[in-house]
Design a protein around this ligand. Structure first.
Ligand SMILES: [Zn+2]
Length: 417
């Protein structure tokens, strides 16, 4: 799914600034993904079948927690200082999500009377992760300067090797990438059933949160609300086709997307007397004009957290609750030089790379750690071959201590000339 803002343009002799309007190319993005992955269509069909149509509307809810907490990691990619958005801007976005998905948003008063009874508290909450994938404490925010001026729908933003930042395990985190998106793109969400490496949503800094780099009319945090709706399997309210089907029974049929900020009843697709539900978060109106998810949408999103659902694993994430691994300063053990006939480390001193060599491949499968003089972990690696090269280029010059799993002995390593 993606959202375009038309370029501001000049016309004739006077300046005419076209008011930015939300757009979305979910179909185009989906087609791209389907071409790349021939089995994606099957996976999407299976997931949508699992989600069902208005599941649980008439039955007892299956045993998921009343309120589902979703750990979030925000990856910030910046080419300019303005794109390096503040922690406060990120937190303003989390606040919006926690209002919109709990129906605590102050603009619920703007939900038209005829739709108010359909509006739902989705009982989904979002919180920046406290534990990173290695088990260490985190703010739930990662940052990286990049030479890339604009990211496209090619998902480069999601790969460290391509100038972005790698996803954290989507079974434990909702990944949100914030970076400058090409062509006025506001944001896009991954498709259900996608590869784990691209699972999450990407949002422009100008449409993220409510302060800082966020700009009107998309400074209400609703781009993320909308994209996370997609991430949880919601379609656009018009079903991405003329009077199409969004597979939700309590959203009226609707001819197409609604933009900007209309008022009054708009009748399309014989949806009288109440008309289009253009205040729905899954339409394309401005941030100030969208204010509800329906019960049907709520149930469809929450169904993914049921056993067998693609978001079920998130319920077991310990990213908000685990005790972080601390790597305390350790007393330095008296270094013991290993007998050279068991393990060799060379060169030593080293500048760029060392090789760890055991006899007859006996070290393969073991973990090697390199700690500095304070006992802090500098390198940890699994030994995969008899002559194992390990980069030490990033280490500061000084003394280090190498330990190999299962051995109480320590090898001294001097980094530097
Ligand atoms: Zn969309």
């Amino acid at each position: 799914m993606k959202h375009f803002v038309p370029l501001y343009f000049l016309c004739c002799l006077s300046f005419q600034v076209a008011k930015a309007q939300r757009n979305c190319a979910s179909h185009e993005y989906l087609q791209q993904q389907l071409q790349r992955d021939p089995l994606l269509a099957q996976r999407i069909a299976a997931i949508e079948s699992f989600q069902g149509r208005d599941v649980m509307l008439n039955g007892a809810e299956a045993p998921t927690p009343a309120v589902i907490k979703i750990p979030v990691v925000v990856h910030v990619l910046f080419n300019t200082s303005g794109q390096n958005i503040s922690d406060a801007q990120i937190k303003s976005q989390i606040d919006v999500l926690n209002k919109d998905f709990r129906r605590l948003n102050t603009d619920t008063v703007n939900t038209p009377l005829m739709f108010k009874h359909l509006a739902a508290d989705c009982q989904l909450q979002f919180e920046l992760a406290k534990i990173d994938p290695d088990g260490r404490a985190t703010t739930g925010i990662t940052r990286k300067a990049t030479s890339i001026m604009m990211y496209g729908l090619d998902d480069r933003i999601k790969f460290t090797s391509k100038g972005g930042l790698d996803a954290w395990d989507p079974d434990r985190y909702l990944n949100i990438w914030v970076g400058n998106l090409a062509g006025g793109l506001l944001g896009y969400a991954s498709t259900l059933g996608c590869d784990k490496s691209i699972d999450g949503v990407a949002i422009s800094p100008s449409a993220f949160g409510t302060i800082g780099a966020a700009g009107a009319p998309f400074n209400g945090g609703r781009t993320a609300t909308h994209e996370i709706g997609h991430w949880l399997g919601l379609r656009h309210i018009w079903g991405d086709s003329y009077c199409g089907d969004d597979q939700i029974d309590d959203t009226p049929p609707q001819r197409s997307a609604t933009r900007k900020c209309p008022t009054g009843v708009i009748i399309t697709c014989e949806n009288n007397p109440y008309g289009d539900m253009y205040n729905n978060f899954m339409d394309l109106t401005d941030d100030a004009c969208m204010n509800l998810f329906t019960a049907g949408q709520r149930n469809k999103m929450r169904q993914l957290f049921q056993p067998g659902g693609v978001r079920h694993a998130l319920l077991s994430s310990n990213a908000l609750t685990a005790t972080p691994i601390t790597d305390p300063v350790r007393p330095i053990e008296e270094p013991v030089v290993l007998a050279s006939n068991t393990v060799k480390v060379y060169p030593n001193p080293a500048i760029t790379t060392i090789t760890i060599e055991g006899k007859d491949g006996e070290l393969v499968g073991k973990t090697v750690t390199i700690r500095n003089h304070l006992g802090q972990l500098a390198v940890q690696a699994k030994i995969t071959k008899g002559n194992m090269p390990i980069s030490v280029q990033h280490l500061r010059d000084g003394m280090y201590f190498i330990r190999i799993e299962g051995s109480g002995e320590v090898i001294k390593l001097l980094k530097g000339k």
